[in-house]
Design a protein around this ligand. Sequence first.
Ligand code: AMP
Ligand code: GLY
Length: 417
Amino acid sequence: MRVLLVGGGGREHALARALARDPEVTELHAVPGNPGIAALATLHGGDVLDGTAVSDLAGRLGADLVVVGPEAPLVAGVADAVRSKGIACFGPGAEAARIEGSKAFAKEIMAAAGVPTALARICDTADEVEEALDAYGPPYVVKDDALAAGKGVVVTRDRDVAVAHAMACRRVVIEEFLDGPEVSLFAVCDGVSVVPMLPAQDFKRLRDGDDGPNTGGMGAYAPLEWLSAGFVEEVVDVVLRPCVDELRRRGSPFIGLLYAGLALGEQGVRVIEFNARFGDPETQPLLELLETPLAGVLLAAAKGRLDRAEPLRWRSGAAVAVVMAADGYPQAPRKDDTVHGLADAEALDEVVVLQAGTALSDDGEIVTAGGRVLAVTATGVSVAEARERAYAGVGCISFDGARWRTDIAGGSADAGQ
Ligand code: AMP
Ligand code: GLY
C-alpha cells in the first residue's frame, strides 16, 4: 500500500512511525513532513491547504490512501478533493470538519444529537458578550468561533480579560464553566461505524500545576487507569455515535478521526470540544501503544469497511509524551536554536523523540522552527515507568530557551485540567 501523509507536526511524526511499521505499507510519502518524518517517508513540497495540489500529488504517487493530519487542510476541503479523484482518504470533508472548524456548528450538532455539553451563547456584539458573561458568571469561558490552533480559548475569573479576548475575535462562543478532570477520547470513524481508541489525557496549560496560558498541549499520557469501567462505551453511546449519526443524516458523513474533549464533572461526562483529527500530543503516546497495523485501520475507515475490521489491539503498559517547547511559546516562539542530544535520548530504552517544530539548517543540524519543538515519548509497564523514561530522554536534549513541564502524568486525575 502506498500512503501519502499530509502534515508536518508531532502528530504526523507519530502517525508516520505507526504507518511505517505496518507491513502492508510499501511506500510512505509526506507533504511537507519534517526532519523527523524524513527518516521514515519521502518528503514532498507543496501547499497542504490546496486540495488540487494534494490530490494531484496523490495521483502522481499512485497513493492507495491519503491521511490528512492537521485541521486546516481538512477545513479547507483537502479530503473532498482527494476523494473526488477516487483516492481513498482518511479525514473528514470540509462540511463534517466544521465540527472542529466552528465552535458554533459543533454546538448545533450536539444540540441536534442530544449530546451533553456546556450551555453556550454565540456572541457577535459587545452587548451580547456582556449579557453572556452575566448569565454564566465566573470563571468565564470565551472561545474564538474560528480555528485558532488550540489557542483561541480563554478561561479566566478576570472579567476584563474575558471581554478583551471577546473583542479581539470576530465572533465568540461564551459558555458555562465545566468542572472536573479532562479526558480525550479518539474514535476512528467511517461515516457509520465508530471504533474508539484508548482514553488519553492532555496537559493544556503552559506551566507546572496547570498554570499559565492554554497551549496546544504540553504533554500527554495513556491509558487512564483511574477511569471507571464502561467509560469508553458510555462515551461512544452518549457522545460519539450520536454525532456521527447526526453528521451522516445531514449528508456529510464523518470519515476520519473524531476527537472528543470531555470534562468529567459531578453531572457526568460533558463535551468541551470536538476536533476532526488526531490530537497533538495525545497521538504520540497512543500510537506507541497501538499494536494493530495502523494503515489497515485507516484504509478500512476511508473505504467504509470498519464494521469488518478487527477491534484495535493495544500493548499492555503505558506511554507518556513530554513536549519540549521554545522560549516564547505560545505567543512568539523563538527559532533557529540548535537542538542537541536527540540521538542520546533515542538510545535510551523505549524512548522515541517525535519532532514537531524542527527544521534542518544549511549545515545539516536540527534547529528549532516552531513553538512545540518535539515530544519525548516513552513506553513502560506502568505510567510511572514510562514517565521516568520520558523525563530521562528530556534530560538528554537541550536547545537554548527550551521549556517543558515537569509534572506530566505525575499526579492525580485532575492534573490535566
Ligand atoms: P478547547 O479549545 O475548546 O478544547 O478549549 C481549550 C481548553 O480550555 C480545554 O481543554 C479546557 O481546559 C478549557 N475549556 C474549554 N471550555 C471549557 C469549559 N466550558 N469549562 C472549563 N474549561 C474549558
Ligand atoms: N491536544 C489538543 C489538541 O490536539 O487539540
